[in-house]
Design a protein around this ligand. Structure first.
Ligand SMILES: [Cu+2]
Length: 126
């Protein structure tokens, strides 16, 4: 009798554990999806010394999303080859924007006068 109850309790515990694991796995899956959404965005910092913190980026073809944090100076982000501005960001703020890109090599540049020479990076789209 006691043994049966213990066995039942063990089985219940086991089922609860499995259910918890499954839920946790699903939960993680959702988190991963959210992370991927964020992870897909290319993160850059427009620095006060008029450089990007990252000068080489890679992305998958399609909608490419950028998130740019500006330190204490305004910047913008233009895909030079397409002469298309993806975003502008004000000093102290973070801006995001996206652009459709086919596979190829692109240059991302801040076109604010005086920035263009030093704020250049290479984006490889696969
Ligand atoms: Cu700039």
């Amino acid at each position: 009798m006691l043994r049966t109850r213990t066995a039942r309790r063990t089985r219940t515990l086991l089922l609860a554990t499995i259910a918890a694991l499954v839920l946790a796995a699903c939960g993680n899956g959702a988190d991963d999806a959210a992370d991927d959404a964020d992870g897909d965005a290319l993160q850059l910092v427009g620095q006060d010394d008029l450089t990007w913190d990252v000068e080489e980026l890679e992305a998958e073809a399609g909608t490419v999303e950028f998130v740019v944090e500006c330190e204490n100076v305004n910047h913008n982000l233009v895909i030079e080859e397409l002469d298309e501005e993806v975003l502008e960001c004000a000093a102290g703020e973070t801006a995001s924007g996206s652009i459709e890109l086919e596979p190829g090599d692109y240059t991302y540049v801040c076109t604010i006068p005086g920035h263009e020479e030093t704020m250049r990076g290479t984006l490889t789209v696969n």
